[in-house]
Structure formats: structure tokens, C-alpha cells
Design a binder for this molecule. Sequence first.
Ligand SMILES: Nc1ncnc2c1ncn2[C@@H]1O[C@H](COP(=O)(O)OP(=O)(O)O)[C@@H](O)[C@H]1O
Ligand SMILES: [Mg+2]
Length: 236
Amino acid sequence: MKILVRDVWTKLGGIDVLRGVTLEISSTSSIALIGRNGAGKTTLLRTILGILRPHKGSIIIEKDGEHIQATQMKPYKIARLGIGYVPQGRMIFPDLTVEENLEVAYGSPVPPDVLEWIYTIMPDLKKLRKRLGMYLSGGEQQMLAIARALVRRPKILLLDEPLEGLAPKIVKTITKTLRDIREEGVGLFITEPGNIKRVKPLAEKAYGIDRGEIVYSGNLDRILQDPLARKRIWGL
Ligand SMILES: Nc1ncnc2c1ncn2[C@@H]1O[C@H](COP(=O)(O)OP(=O)(O)O)[C@@H](O)[C@H]1O
Ligand SMILES: [Mg+2]
């Protein structure tokens, strides 16, 4: 499965926040989207998910040999095609337990085989399944936010700054979990404000974004050697 984003323009508050974004996301790869705060990363994810409507351009989902026009599709339908979302700031329900958070995401009790699959990937979350969201640490909340995005067994996971605000040890744990999810055949698209080292174990390919424009597309390893990316993303 692939998400083909073609010349997408999205406005927020009357201003073009995305300005002709073209890129490709696939269920067989892991890609980082690098851009500083305000570059348009969250806006891009929300546009792909159908939460925001672009005023120009298209989003096509390629699935089982079919090209599905997803530009004006409702968010639930886009999600149903196999796209999971881990929002920035996690957004879990503090008054619900871990398992209740997963149930809300699924819309009914999560099928046992799916739950087992999730707990195999995240054994620590199983131990916490009766704990309220508010009593989870930052890292545990991030695990839950990722687990919640897995309940419908997506083919592609969009993760908005999943490593932000976490201690180095926790970053390691989340990184391992994301690698395991990748091994399960789920494509990853991970936004990151600027720390290349942090996403290196997670992604092969990278896009750079600045002021709503794609300023780099290529190997993650080479982004720091690219003059335009250096200038636009890091001001170097
Ligand atoms: N609701 C909004 N109304 C107007 N402008 C917004 C809104 N949300 C975000 N923006 C602006 O859009 C730009 C991109 O924001 P965002 O996509 O959140 O960037 P990022 O996720 O890369 O930090 C920023 O300049 C931000 O100030
Ligand atoms: Mg953001």
C-alpha cells in the first residue's frame, strides 16, 4: 500500500501552511519527515488523514492494485483503508484504563487476537492494562498511544514526534517497539523536529520540510550533507 501526496496545498487561518507538498509513503518502508517547529509537519499528517482539506493537489491511496482518490474522503474512511495515527502529545484518555483506551479506539472490545498481537509487541503494556492513563509515565503513555493506533491493524502508521519530550532511556524503548512494528510489516512515517541521530535507527529515507515546502528527499544519512536542507532546516 502507498500514499501518494501530489502538489498538496493546505491553508490554516487563511495562510498557506502546505505549499505544494509532493511525497510518497509506503507500507514497506520507514521514512522520517524532518522539519523544525512550525514547518507544517502536523498539518501534513492531518491533511493526509482527511482532518484538513487541501485546496489544491491530491492524495491517492494505492491499495491492492487500485488507485483510491482520498483527497475529499472522510477521516474514518481513510483510517479504514489501513492508516493509523499517533498524534503529537499522545492524547490518551487519562480517566480510562489502558485497555479501555484501546476499546474506545476500536469502538468495542478489541478482538483477543489483536490484543495478543499488541501485547506481544509491547509486553510491558499488558502489565499495565488495568492502570488509568493518568498514572502512566510519559513513555508508557506514548506506548499506549502507539498501541491505540494498532487496534485496526494498519498497513501504515503516521507518528507525530513520537520521541519528543522523552528521556534517552525511554527513547530507546520506544525505538525498539517501533522497529518491532516495522518487522510486523507496518510502514512508518515519523515526524522529527531536527534530531537526525534519534531517527537514524528508525528510518532509511527522509523528507525535509520547511515553511510548507519539501526541501529534501533522499537518504536519511545524507540529509546533513545537503546544502538546501542544512540551510532551510538547521539554518547552517
Ligand atoms: N489552527 C491554526 N490556525 C492558523 N495557523 C496555524 C494553525 N495551526 C498551526 N498553524 C500554523 O501553521 C504552521 C505549521 O504548523 P504545524 O503543522 O503545526 O507545524 P509543525 O507540526 O511542523 O510544528 C505554523 O506556522 C503554525 O503557526
Ligand atoms: Mg507538529
